[in-house]
Design a protein around this ligand. Structure first.
Ligand code: GLC
Length: 746
């Protein structure tokens, strides 16, 4: 074979494993060298992620140890016995054929030991620094036991409060979700991937998982390409641009093809368009679930479909391990295709420096629950709380007496929220704990023993406590199990007899503060008129009690703004602010409540608009909403030019003044509408926000710059376009109010 031919084949061989030859400081060459030495069995081994068969308790099976010794396993999840981590890693790096280190993964979603608010609560802070510090602290705690890979952040845009996994999501808006996505990657992975405290992120679930029909988990997803690019993709793109090392496929099919075997998603979109060059891991059994989907005939076919799509590592099931050799023998899969998968996995391990410094549990003591970690978790909770109603009852005054009532007032496990694997509930400080640690005079009468409790046995005691107190503090909501994976609810009201108890307590005439701990917006339309204040606390984590105490007492103010639209009822879902206008947009002039329709009304006598006769057309509270303990006034919106060229930016500003009596935090939000376009565009989209704190009477001018790229969108033929025309802009406190202006793009 001549020199030129050899050169040609070398280039081909090399390029088969090089997706994007960025400045990789020799990593691609190292990958190439390793692949040339590895047997087929070892290559298959790297694609195998062993699940809980690693037997966390009891002895470590010899079968497992010999599999590692022979290089037949590349990574583990849920191995929480540090002795096992040490033993398995030692076998891998000292005895396996090419000494390839293992990667140990875990769902470190919103904290490892120190538990932060659930991700939807973190999203409610709108604060990238809170998201980043929580992720960094999680990585510091988890990496100390050898965990260097987390299956987070979950970046699924969520528009349906019935969906249990909205709890884990960054909310409904692509702009806010993208800001958080970058912060999470920076927090989890840290500044140096080779640091022993860096934890590879796994952005998930790719893609469209939050659009499951009916909010029913795992269900069918239909998303056209423009919607995919304009709403669901942005947080993933931002995370990839921020250097996310791994990505997890979604359980769902999208447009008829399961994500885990979807070549368009995993190659054309992820690799070619977004330039992702980490590795892709399947979500639990999603490879073999393609059989149930009706997309794969059997395990071998499922493995073939996933491999052909470029899905690198199979979690928990063994389709790859048992099929790849057979597929190669049948020439259905080539070694080059296998090398592509293995190269992506090796690239991550090399980037993390695991060959030089394999991850072992550190022997450092007292890494968990450090004071500064607990303080960060408390602050995150405070900034996550969203004040939905306050009829002059908050903040409380210390000369009042309180009846602390409700199933979530002293529920250390529930308070931690969904996807809490390693946090110790014994470390949770509940609201009752916090009140007990204070000098406040209060009585505690649960009224209900858990959120779904239907028994009225304890009502009398609770009512008596209320009658003998000045103010009722009702801690209600959902047990943590009622949200999260597979836990969708059609009816999203307060479970059990909570509404009944609140109604009874309201009869005492005492003011009621309702604090909700839940993994989703809760329908409160039946009881909101019976309470004087409503504070959404999400599931606030380890320090939820002290955080709630400080906010209720006015030591701090609730900082949160809704990251999702809050429906009146689950039946309104999916409901979201950045909706389309439709040809018959709803408005108050064309809406007649069902109970107000005249008997015998003529067919077209009431408004022919897009609304529900019984629930109307507005949510209970809009995206971006949240009250404070002061008031802000917006004025003097101004725009740098009423007409700009496509290569010019435009500056929009407004004055914001604290017209209340307390220092306050405000999330100033910028929304834009593309009024007419070649495909219909949302009635408004968040394009910027700024968190400010103003003293009473203080006024500040907030400025936003809109660049033309911010106004572009993807059309159905995959093109990103920028179209001339009129754009409306708003600056305000949430998605449904604010002051507005407009400009023309020429
Ligand atoms: C679960 C979840 C995924 C999680 C994985 C490992 O089924 O869908 O988010 O990371 O399995 O626990």
């Amino acid at each position: 074979m001549g020199f030129l031919q050899r050169l040609f084949f070398t280039v081909i061989a090399f390029s088969s494993i090089t997706i994007l030859a960025q400045s990789d400081d020799g990593i691609e060459a190292e990958i190439h060298s390793l692949l040339s030495k590895m047997t087929i069995e070892e290559k298959i081994g790297q694609t195998s992620l062993r699940g809980t068969s690693s037997r966390v308790d009891g002895s470590l099976s010899d079968e497992l140890k010999s599999a590692v010794r022979e290089g037949r396993i590349g990574a583990f999840l849920n191995v929480m016995n540090t002795d096992y981590v040490k033993e398995l890693q030692k076998i891998a790096v000292e005895e396996s054929p090419n000494k390839i280190p293992l990667l140990f993964g875990r769902d470190v979603i919103h904290g490892f030991k120190t538990i932060f608010p659930i991700p939807l609560g973190i999203a409610a802070t709108w604060n990238k620094d809170v998201a980043k510090s929580g992720a960094r602290i999680s990585a510091l705690e988890a990496s100390s036991v050898g965990i260097r890979w987390t299956f987070a952040p979950m970046l699924d845009i969520s528009r349906d409060a019935r969906w249990g996994r909205i709890a884990e999501s960054p909310g409904e808006d692509p702009f806010l979700a993208s800001v958080l996505a970058k912060a999470y990657i920076e927090g989890f992975q840290g500044e140096d991937l080779k640091s022993s405290t860096s934890m590879a992120a796994s952005i998930k679930h790719f893609i469209g998982y939050g659009a499951a029909i009916g909010g029913r988990d795992y269900n069918t997803v239909i998303i056209h390409n423009a919607l995919l690019h304009n709403v669901y993709l942005p947080p993933f793109k931002t995370a990839i641009d921020a250097g996310a090392l791994t990505l997890m496929t979604a359980f769902n099919e999208i447009n008829g093809i399961p994500a885990t075997g979807n070549k368009f998603l995993l190659k054309d979109l992820l690799r070619d368009e977004l330039g992702f060059n980490g590795f892709i891991v399947s979500d639990w059994a999603s490879v073999t679930e393609m059989i149930a989907h009706g997309y794969a005939r059997d395990y071998e076919h499922a493995a073939e479909l996933s491999i052909k799509s470029g899905m690198d590592m199979e979690m928990s099931t063994h389709a790859y391990e048992n099929s790849i050799q057979k597929l190669m023998d049948k020439n259905l899969i080539s070694e080059k295709e296998l090398d592509f998968l293995v190269a992506n996995i090796l690239r991550v391990k090399l980037k993390m420096g695991l060959f030089e410094k394999p991850s072992f549990p550190s022997n450092e003591q007292n890494v968990f629950y450090k004071t500064e970690y607990l303080e960060a978790a408390k602050n995150a909770a405070i900034e996550s709380f969203v004040l939905l109603k306050n009829e002059d009852v908050l903040p409380l005054s210390s000369n009042q007496t309180f009846a602390v009532i409700g199933p979530l007032a002293d529920a250390p496990h529930e308070q931690l929220g969904t996807w809490t694997f390693d946090g110790d509930k014994e470390k949770t400080i509940t609201p009752v704990d916090a009140f007990q640690n204070s000098s406040i005079d209060f009585m505690f009468a649960q009224g209900l023993t858990y959120s779904r409790d239907k028994s009225t046995e304890l009502f009398e005691e609770a009512i008596s406590a209320a009658e003998n107190s000045d103010v009722i503090l009702f801690f209600g909501g959902e047990e943590s199990i009622l949200s999260g994976e597979a836990h969708s609810r059609a009816n999203i009201d307060l479970p059990g007899a909570q509404e009944e108890l609140i109604s009874k307590l309201a009869e005492t005439g005492k003011p009621i503060v309702l604090v909700i701990m839940a993994g989703r917006p809760i329908s409160i339309m039946n009881i909101i008129d019976k309470v004087d204040a409503v504070l959404m606390a999400w599931h606030p984590g380890t320090m939820g009690g002290p955080a709630l105490f400080d906010v209720l007492a006015g030591i701090s103010e609730p900082g949160g703004r809704l990251p999702v639209t809050w429906p009146k009822d689950g039946a309104q879902s999916p409901i979201y602010y950045n909706h389309k206008n439709t040809g018959r947009p709803a408005d108050q002039f064309n809406y007649t409540n069902i109970d107000d329709i005249p008997i015998g009304a003529w067919q077209s006598s009431i408004g022919n608009r897009s609304h529900y006769l019984d629930l109307g057309y507005k949510p209970h509270f809009p995206f971006g909403y949240g009250l404070t303990y002061t008031d802000f006034e917006y004025s003097d919106i101004s725009i740098s030019s009423k007409s700009i060229q496509v290569n010019e930016s435009v500056e929009i500003s407004a004055k914001v003044k604290n017209i209340g009596s307390r220092k306050g935090r405000e999330v100033v939000q910028l929304y834009v509408q593309d009024v007419v376009a070649s495909i219909t565009r949302p009635v408004k989209e968040l394009k910027g926000f700024e968190i400010i704190t103003l003293n009473p009477g203080e006024e500040k001018t907030i400025k936003f710059t809109i660049n033309p790229k911010d106004l572009s969108f993807v059309t159905f033929n995959d093109e990103r376009v920028l179209e001339p025309g009129k754009f409306n802009v708003w600056i305000g406190p949430n998605s449904s109010s604010g002051i507005n202006s407009s400009f023309e793009l020429k």
